[in-house]
Design a protein around this ligand. Structure first.
Ligand SMILES: *Cc1c(COP(=O)(O)O)cnc(C)c1O
Length: 417
């Protein structure tokens, strides 16, 4: 029987296997047919501590029995208040206000609207354009696609995407070109610069060092260009610190978080802003309020999961687990032969290599072949074209990491050209 389900980022015409998953625990997901798979990509970059963390699962169950949902315009509840305070406590200094939404894409839309709303309210909208970095990904809604890399992902929708100014990616040796381009673009008085700090995820796990992030933020500050840090993927310890911005001492004007905000258990996102962004919207004039909402803004069950995640960060040795995992990834990467792989790179708990496949880019035909190869070996990996990366939950043990690197090495021997 064919399923009516239309899957995301899936070419149904390739007839790839679509396993049915029944349950998951820690770093392992269990399929209906009895197979179990090591989740090498944290179920698309969201599962931080591991699947079904008991504290998060219990918080969700308790909250669901108490207050499932309530309108958030004009009403509030303890889980939302607690999480907002908890976020401000741990976020880079300077951020003081928390606006909830429900996905990374909407957190980005909210950030862009806050930036435009700010300039609209303080300067009659004299600054409207957005600066972006080449190879960026910020989500799949129209605004988020507009500030992301243009390509096969969004060619059909190009007529709806707004114009942006693109700064080149700071590849090793070409850093100054990026800074010069940013400086020149800032001189034209844009509204904001949006960037993924330290690691460009969907763009191919492209990495750049903290001093460069700092230099970009400094340029923006000098030109009064709002600095939007999209930490939807890099947040929650993924780059080795709670937020990637910490490594560069960067204080963004606006910060987007989602994915690991609930430990990856349930959708929730937040956009954090500085007092001046909030103040520009605060007035007795109702026309200056921030015009954004969604039905499930600050859903109490999702907020309870986020509160449990924050408690885990406060009370458990999460940084220790991340450091141990990062060490295992470093050792694993060193095993991958330069005969088969190039571009060995790592930031915190993200490791990536490019398979010498003779063909690169996201639509490289090697990607579905690799997916099936890893699935056959009981491993959930989803290469970005010929880029194979690991982004495992922090509970993944040494043996599981070894099994994944064994499979990647085998794939290199089999598929490199
Ligand atoms: C995943 C991602 C998004 C989009 O988040 P969704 O929850 O999938 O909408 C935005 N920005 C970055 C950097 C991401 O990695």
């Amino acid at each position: 029987m064919t399923s009516p389900v239309w899957h995301p980022f899936t070419q149904h015409g390739l007839n790839e296997a679509i396993p049915q998953v029944d349950r998951a625990e820690g770093a392992v997901i269990h399929c209906a047919d009895g197979r179990s798979l090591i989740d090498g990509i944290s179920s698309w970059w969201v599962t931080t501590h591991g699947h079904c963390h008991p504290r998060i699962a219990a918080a969700i169950a308790d909250q669901a029995a108490k207050l499932d949902q309530v309108i958030f315009a004009g009403y509030t509840h303890a889980p939302a208040e607690d999480v907002a305070r908890g976020l401000i406590d741990i976020a880079p200094p300077g951020l003081a206000h928390v606006f909830y939404s429900d996905s990374g894409s909407t957190a980005v839309e909210v950030a862009l609207k806050m930036a435009l709303g700010y300039w609209h309210n303080v300067a009659e909208g004299r600054r409207v354009s957005i600066l972006v970095m080449e190879h960026s990904y910020h989500g799949d809604t129209i605004g988020a696609m507009s500030v992301g890399e243009r390509g096969a992902f969004n060619r059909a929708y190009a007529p709806l995407l707004f114009d942006v100014v693109t700064i080149p990616f700071p590849a090793a040796g070409r850093e100054q070109a990026t800074l010069d381009a940013l400086e020149a673009a800032c001189a034209a008085q844009p509204a904001a610069f949006i960037v993924e700090p330290l690691v460009l995820g969907a763009g191919g796990m492209l990495m750049y060092p903290p001093p460069l992030l700092r230099a970009m933020a400094d340029i923006c500050a000098r030109h009064d260009v709002l600095f939007i840090a999209d930490e939807v993927m890099t947040g929650w310890g993924r780059t080795g610190t709670l937020f990637a911005c910490e490594q560069a001492g960067v204080q963004p004007d606006i910060l987007c978080v989602a994915k690991g905000l609930t430990g990856g258990a349930i959708p929730l996102a937040a956009t954090l802003a500085t007092p001046r962004i909030f103040a520009a919207h605060r007035s007795e004039d109702r026309a200056r309020m921030f015009f954004h909402s969604s039905s499930f803004t600050a859903n109490p069950i999702a907020c309870a999961a986020a509160a449990a995640n924050l408690a885990i960060w406060r009370e458990e040795d999460v940084p220790g687990r991340i450091a141990a995992l990062a060490g295992r990834l470093t050792a694993g990467l060193a095993r991958l032969s330069p005969d088969h792989f190039t571009g060995h790179r790592q930031t915190g708990a993200i490791a990536a290599v490019d398979l010498k496949a003779g063909e690169d880019g996201y639509l490289s035909s090697v990607a579905p072949v690799l997916r099936a190869f890893f699935l056959d070996r009981g491993i959930l990996l989803r290469p970005l074209g010929n880029t194979i990366y690991l982004m495992p939950p922090y509970c993944t043990d040494a043996q599981q990491i070894d099994r994944m690197f064994d499979a990647i090495a085998e794939a290199g021997a089999r598929f490199a050209v």
